[in-house]
Design a protein around this ligand. Structure first.
Ligand code: TYD
Length: 236
């Protein structure tokens, strides 16, 4: 499924999301990438989904609580979208407009993979209900941490008791894994596949290299307004 986009003219910053199974090392990598970017004088907005605002964190507690095993899949999908709408309006969009780098742990691809494919609601349908919530924005760059469900479970054993979503069967996670693989193939301009079995420094080097490349392209766009896609369209 193709989920690529054009940047919004008012967005000056860079929007990066990180996707992948639990235990893939996203948090460690995000923190290191944040330090690297701040070292270049950039302002970084590090956030996560579901969550990132007081309202969205409340919704997160509701969705992930093991108490609500009876939650209907569409209730779940709409709650993720609701949390995301608030997150976009309150945190992500303002940060992008202020020229910051947004590092977001999970974004709409999680809903497409988990609710659309995993819960069988349909990837297109789930993406559609999210479009307004994300204000038609998508990340400029998505790092997908490629880690098989077996490896993820192995790494997690010995961690905290499972939340409601982690109590699913392995077919659910296998479907999600294959969906991300396909999203990476279908969206090569946005997706960078990260082999999560590599060492922490190796992965960090890849993340920095890809991010710096995008920042360089953006600076070029800012410095040469005529290169901006919206202006180019007018010229043609
Ligand atoms: P979290 O503990 O943050 O997991 P992780 O460390 O794997 O990111 O819990 C988030 C869970 O919510 C995770 O299992 C994925 C799921 N999720 C969805 O199903 N749909 C979504 O849109 C999002 C953002 C997360």
């Amino acid at each position: 499924m193709k989920i690529e986009h054009l940047r919004k003219p008012e967005d000056k910053g860079l929007f990066i999301s990180l996707e992948g199974m639990d235990g893939a090392g996203k948090t460690t990598q995000m923190l290191q990438l944040k330090r690297h970017l701040e070292g270049q004088g950039l302002t970084v907005c590090m956030t996560r989904e579901p969550g990132g605002t007081p309202i969205s964190e409340k919704i997160r507690d509701l969705i992930l609580s093991p108490e609500y095993g009876e939650m209907h899949p569409w209730t779940e999908a709409l709650l993720y979208a609701a949390a995301r709408a608030q997150h976009m309006a309150e945190v992500i969009a303002p940060a992008l407009e202020r020229d910051e780098v947004v590092l977001c742990d999970r974004f709409v691809d999680s809903s497409v993979a988990y609710q659309g494919a995993g819960r069988n609601l349909g990837m297109d349908e789930v993406y559609r209900i999210n479009q307004r919530a994300i204000q038609y924005r998508l990340p400029d760059l998505t790092f997908w941490f490629d880690l098989t469900p077996e490896e993820s479970f192995r790494r997690k054993s010995g961690r905290d008791p499972e939340d409601r979503l982690e109590q699913q069967d392995t077919t659910f996670y296998e479907t999600i894994y294959q969906t991300y693989r396909q999203l990476a193939v279908d969206n090569p301009n946005r997706y960078v596949v990260v082999d999560a079995r590599k060492t922490i420094p190796w992965i960090q080097k890849l993340l920095r290299c890809e991010t710096d490349k995008r920042i360089h392209q953006l600076t070029h766009l800012h410095e040469n307004p005529l290169n901006h896609p919206s202006n180019k369209q007018e010229e043609e």
